[in-house]
Design a protein around this ligand. Structure first.
Ligand SMILES: Cc1ncc(COP(=O)(O)OP(=O)(O)O)c(N)n1
Ligand SMILES: Cc1ncsc1CCOP(=O)(O)O
Ligand SMILES: [Mg+2]
Length: 222
């Protein structure tokens, strides 16, 4: 295996759906299948927050969702839990500033995809040096999906990172919807990462399709 190429990573980041059981009003497998039908390009299993599954139940849900991703050729990323990612032979891991050190995670996962959260230039540079394949930047807009979220910074943070030479694949996260996706792409993000815009939608398929369209039309206009 070799590390993912930057261009491939940028393609996969276009509409990056994140979800766990606590985010879904209907069975997670249904939500994920609909989101895939709507055109999501990457999936992150994030089983976190009040009421989140643990232990065997968490493992079984992850396995079920990974199977759905595999059937449709959607890479499956695990949030926080490096051991789970290794146990499942997932496609990658996403970690934040409060999680295990990125260099240690890179050493543990070999060439699997490594995503790292960054909130400023210093963190973005450190993530690149540690071997991140992409960075997740946010919250861009206010979010209700992360209990300990930092203050929203707006699309300007993306512009700032790009202006200072952060050329690594970058995905914007936090309060992103089909209505504001265009402005984060215009600011320099390769894609958008969402929880509620898809997981809380009455039709996850339609919601995903609208995000795909918003991202694509903003890229065309670039
Ligand atoms: C794509 C992406 N970007 C950022 C995050 C947030 O990660 P983190 O800061 O570790 O917070 P938690 O998600 O673990 O609560 C993410 N998960 N994905
Ligand atoms: C995991 C995470 N990290 C920063 S904001 C956020 C939550 C994004 O969820 P939503 O798309 O519902 O705002
Ligand atoms: Mg984390």
């Amino acid at each position: 295996m070799t590390r993912i190429a930057s261009d491939t990573m940028r393609e996969q980041l276009k509409v990056y759906f994140i979800m766990g059981s606590v985010n879904c009003a209907k069975p997670p497998a249904e939500v994920l299948a609909e989101a895939i039908a709507g055109g999501i390009t990457l999936f992150q299993f994030r089983e976190k927050g009040s009421g989140a599954l643990v232990g065997e139940q968490k493992y079984e849900l992850a396995k079920q969702l990974q199977h759905i991703c595999r059937e449709h050729g959607i890479p499956f990323i695990v949030n926080d839990d490096v051991e789970l990612a290794l146990a499942l032979d997932a496609d990658g891991v996403h970690i934040g500033q409060e999680d295990e050190d990125a260099r240690i995670v890179r050493a543990k996962i070999g060439d699997k995809i490594l995503g790292v959260s960054a909130h400023n230039l210093e963190e973005a540079r450190a993530a690149m040096d540690a071997g991140a394949d992409y960075i997740g930047v946010g919250p861009i807009y206010p979010t209700k999906s992360k209990e300990d979220a930092k203050k929203a910074q707006g699309p300007e943070i993306i512009r700032l990172l790009r202006r200072h030479g952060i050329a690594i694949p970058l995905v914007a996260i936090g309060g992103v919807t089909a209505d504001n996706a265009g402005e984060v792409i215009a600011a320099g993000a390769d894609g958008v990462s969402v929880i509620s815009a898809i997981a809380s939608a009455s039709s996850p398929e339609t919601a995903a399709r609208q995000l795909v369209r918003a991202v694509q039309s903003s890229k065309k206009g670039a």
